[in-house]
Ligand binder design. Structure first.
Ligand code: ZN
Length: 134
């Protein structure tokens, strides 16, 4: 058995890192699936998903600061939409994560959280979650 869920994420800044662990866990709970995998997929080209530390908010700040250094917001990009940095960062981080579901819960490490990465906000975004039993 498998189920697909979609939930929205509203971002209010140009760049943001939003913890969506609870939203994904809610999808797992609603599915009733006890054991399997959850795939989190971002259907956008300037937003992404990653798993990282959920405890110290400074990690989020450092993460965003360093990403802006690696891929500057402006650098003579040719893309007429003006958001090349967002496209590049999104592909660097990736559009999906897979998490093991065990006993109806996401089997994340104690310090791990699932983060939605906004690189071209503010926007209203979508997150798809596919939960597969097995
Ligand atoms: Zn673009």
């Amino acid at each position: 058995m498998s189920k697909v869920y979609t939930f929205g994420v509203k971002t209010d800044q140009h760049t943001a890192m939003i913890n969506i662990t609870k939203d994904v866990q809610n999808c797992v709970k609603e599915s009733g699936i006890q054991n399997g995998i959850a795939i989190v997929f971002i259907p956008h080209t300037t937003a992404a998903v990653t798993i990282n530390e959920n405890a110290d908010p400074d990690v989020v700040r450092d993460f965003m600061k360093e990403m802006n250094k690696i891929v500057p917001l402006s650098d003579g990009y040719l893309h007429s939409e003006g958001n090349s940095a967002a496209h590049i960062k999104a592909s660097m981080m990736g559009f999906s994560e897979t998490v093991v579901v065990d006993g109806g819960k996401l089997l994340l490490g104690t310090w791990q959280g699932i983060y939605f990465l906004e690189y071209d906000g503010p926007r209203v975004r979508k997150v798809h979650v596919k939960i597969m039993e097995g």
